[in-house]
Design a protein. Structure first.
Length: 85
């Protein structure tokens, strides 16, 4: 199964670019019908992860995916799952 991966380490301090990349990866997953996207905000203080979750919980974004899982073994990683008919 193919999956996409977005590592935010290099752009953690560039707010506008973070949202642009999150939008891009979600749209790419939808276009290519990829069921799983791994997002790596990193461990740090947790602020970037909170920002990513707030972004994903926006109504217009939430409608695009099925569910989010937090990695139980690595709290610096999230998985976004998509369902296709």
């Amino acid at each position: 199964m193919a999956k996409l991966k977005l590592d935010l380490h290099d752009i953690y301090n560039k707010g506008g670019l973070i949202e642009k990349e999150l939008n891009r990866i979600i749209e790419e997953a939808l276009e290519k019908k990829i069921k799983e996207v791994e997002i790596i905000p990193g461990k740090g203080s947790g602020q970037l992860k909170k920002k990513v979750i707030r972004f994903l919980e926006q109504k217009h974004i939430k409608n695009k995916y099925h569910r989010i899982d937090k990695d139980s073994k690595n709290h610096g990683r999230l998985f976004v799952y998509f369902k296709f008919k």
